[in-house]
Design a protein around this ligand. Structure first.
Ligand code: SF4
Length: 427
């Protein structure tokens, strides 16, 4: 791209590219690059400013940082802080660690250096206390060492990371006794090098340590309009605020959105404009072989729900409706409706109207056809994944957003090329 592959002498140092990337991120120019490819499609291929039909989906992006258990996270954080001082003083890490009273930290794995019977809970507790003591000793020793500039920042961040790991994973059970907490702390830090990576799931069976990348594809032009990155433990719905902000820059109006159920709770869907039609496969409604919720009709104008035996009762969105006990007890369809002696009850979801619409839509061939359009965004995600890889190239959310945008630009250039090829074939 820079046309300097055959140069004998490098026209600039590697640091120039790193600074260039930093400036792109600082000024949000990576987003502008996506916009530029959209403008090219609008100018050359006639996709003008208009109403947008789009599909949104996500895939796992494994983080670049090493995921470690509590002992090794603590050891890694301390090794990093002492390593900065060792480099600055031109000494070996082992020598500096010994002087700081933290010899065990110099090994590549703190657990290996402790050399204990890890199956014995008492030994594990003792090891944990030892590591916490070392943390305190190192903090005290480092406070006396002169530090400046970037070094001071890295040391501070490393010690803060160690304390964060302690706070999330360790509980003090008595004076001089500590153990690892049961269960996983909410928003648990899993890596020292990348503090924004999290444990999460893409589905029940698919676990991910790192992030999720989100892609919004224009269903008509096939271009990717916006992308997003969220920590893997965040609900998919969290990304839509950023996606909407990117679309606002492009001055397009979203009139159709094709999503999977994970995005249903997003602000974009909950607070949607009237003209936005949402397409999504509805949750299956079952009731153990008895009348499901879909056998009951909802009159939205009168806010009334009607059962299969035409008994009507008022409902409130977000509430639970209880059909009158005496009516249900006397009902000839009772066996097919409920096992409760107090009568049938039904909960009305806060967005029940949308859920009913989704269920209704997928009954028609046209509605099912609309749902199938979502396949396109899966193709875009898979193309972007091919260029970006399964594992993140960078540390942190913002740089990985930059990288996802970079791959979205490559994707869009391929789409533009394909449009040109199709035009030539048709001519
Ligand atoms: S059991 Fe109650 S809710 Fe169910 S059909 Fe009969 S009257 Fe209606």
């Amino acid at each position: 791209m820079l046309d300097c592959l055959d140069f004998e002498k490098a026209p600039f140092g590697k640091g120039t590219l790193v600074r260039f990337r930093g400036l792109l991120i600082e000024h949000d120019l990576d987003r502008k690059l996506i916009e530029r490819t959209i403008e090219m499609a609008e100018k050359d291929k006639g996709f003008g400013v208009r109403q947008l039909r789009a599909a949104l989906d996500s895939s796992p992006l494994w983080g670049a940082g090493r995921v470690e258990d509590t002992y090794n996270l603590l050891g890694h954080a301390l090794r990093k802080a002492l390593g900065v001082i060792a480099r600055r003083q031109g000494r070996g890490l082992a020598e500096v660690a010994d002087e700081a009273g933290a010899g065990i930290v110099a090994a590549s794995s703190l657990k290996a250096a402790l050399d204990l019977d890890w199956d014995d809970p008492e030994e594990r507790e003792r090891a944990l206390m030892k590591v916490l003591e070392v943390l305190e000793t190192v903090e005290g020793w480092i406070a006396e060492v002169p530090q400046e500039g970037k070094d001071r920042e890295v040391i501070r961040e490393s010690l803060e990371a160690a304390r964060q790991v302690e706070e999330q994973d360790v509980e003090i059970v008595a004076v001089g006794r500590a153990r690892l907490r049961q269960g996983v702390a909410k928003d648990r830090r899993i890596s020292i090098e990348d503090g924004e990576m999290r444990h999460g799931r893409k589905s029940k069976s698919q676990r991910v340590d790192g992030y999720k990348r989100h892609v919004l594809r224009d269903l008509d032009s096939r271009m990717v309009r916006a992308v997003g990155i969220t920590a893997a433990n965040m609900p998919e719905a969290e990304v839509t605020g950023d996606i909407v902000a990117d679309l606002e820059e492009q001055k397009v109006k979203l009139i159709e959105l094709n999503i999977d159920r994970a995005y249903l709770s997003s602000e974009l869907v909950r607070e949607r404009a009237e003209e936005l039609a949402v397409y999504c496969k509805a949750w299956p409604v079952r009731n153990g072989g008895r009348y499901a919720k879909t056998a009951f009709s909802l009159d939205w104008d009168k806010q009334i729900i009607r059962c299969p035996q035409k008994v009507e009762i008022a409902f409130k969105v977000g509430g639970v409706v209880h059909f009158p006990e005496e009516k249900c007890q006397a009902c000839q369809e009772r066996e097919r409706c409920t096992t409760s002696r107090r009568g049938r009850s039904i909960s009305i979801h806060p967005d029940e109207k949308l859920l009913s619409e989704l269920r209704e839509r997928q009954q028609s061939a046209e509605g099912r056809g609309k749902l199938r359009e979502r396949v396109g965004v899966e193709h875009s995600l898979s193309h972007i994944g091919r260029w970006q890889g399964r594992r993140a190239r960078y540390v942190g959310k913002r740089k990985n957003l930059f990288d996802t945008r970079r791959c979205a630009v490559v994707h869009n250039l391929h789409v533009l090329q394909r449009m040109q090829d199709e035009e030539q074939e048709a001519a």
